[in-house]
Design a binder for this molecule. Structure first.
Ligand SMILES: Cc1cc2nc3c(=O)[nH]c(=O)nc-3n(C[C@H](O)[C@H](O)[C@H](O)COP(=O)(O)O)c2cc1C
Length: 184
């Protein structure tokens, strides 16, 4: 299968996730075509693409503008192939029902705004990279983390991503492509 992996990152964790997906696909005899929506190519051809994985992080209740713009601009091409969304957030590291409800609303809003509806969504827990944040970010993330019962010791970085769960999701999607494609 030839998979288009579209992503945006602000602090780097979603790039790591996208690159992990790329490696996983290649290790399993598939092909990955990478698009960083911060520096997108001029055109998009999906002629040779079998499926789409779109990944983006939640930052202050929304996905990055470059990702939203790119997906909105190419929604027709993207909707012509089976596609899934990998939503990266701190909320996904916890189990607060209210926070999860908000996260589901943020993800649904992304589809309403862009007009792109994935066949399924994987919620990946992201990272807290306190040692890389400037003073303002560190302060803001400490407040967000406190609200979500996440670590607030800013002298350490924390990674919550479950790489095995991500691999299972990608594997399931790739295997389902022939079935889903038949229904589009
Ligand atoms: C400025 C900032 C705002 C954030 N806002 C939220 C938020 O509203 N909800 C949430 O669940 N996670 C939030 N996070 C956590 C990020 O989703 C998490 O750190 C993720 O790993 C960031 O991905 P990136 O490194 O690809 O940008 C925020 C992180 C930062 C740095």
């Amino acid at each position: 299968m030839r998979i288009l992996v579209i992503y945006a990152t602000v602090e780097g964790q979603t790039r790591e996730i996208a690159e992990h997906i790329e490696r996983y696909l290649k290790d399993n005899q598939h092909e990955a075509v990478m698009v960083d929506t911060t520096h997108p190519p001029d055109s998009l051809s999906i002629d040779e693409i079998d499926g789409i994985i779109c990944a983006g992080p939640v930052h202050i209740g929304a996905f990055p503008a470059p990702l939203r713009r790119y997906v909105e601009r190419h929604k027709r091409e993207l909707m012509a192939r089976p596609g899934v969304f990998v939503s990266v957030s701190l909320t996904a590291a916890g189990d607060d029902a209210g926070e999860w409800e908000e996260l589901n609303e943020i993800t649904a809003h992304f589809s309403e705004e862009t007009g792109w509806w994935p066949v399924s969504v994987h919620h990946a827990a992201g990272a807290l990279k306190y040692t890389e944040y400037d003073f303002f970010r560190k302060w803001m993330l400490k407040r967000i983390a406190d609200k979500k019962d996440a670590p607030t010791d800013t002298t350490h970085d924390y990674e919550f991503t479950d790489w095995g769960a991500l691999d299972l999701f990608v594997d399931g999607f790739v295997k389902d492509i022939p079935d889903v494609a038949g229904k589009i």
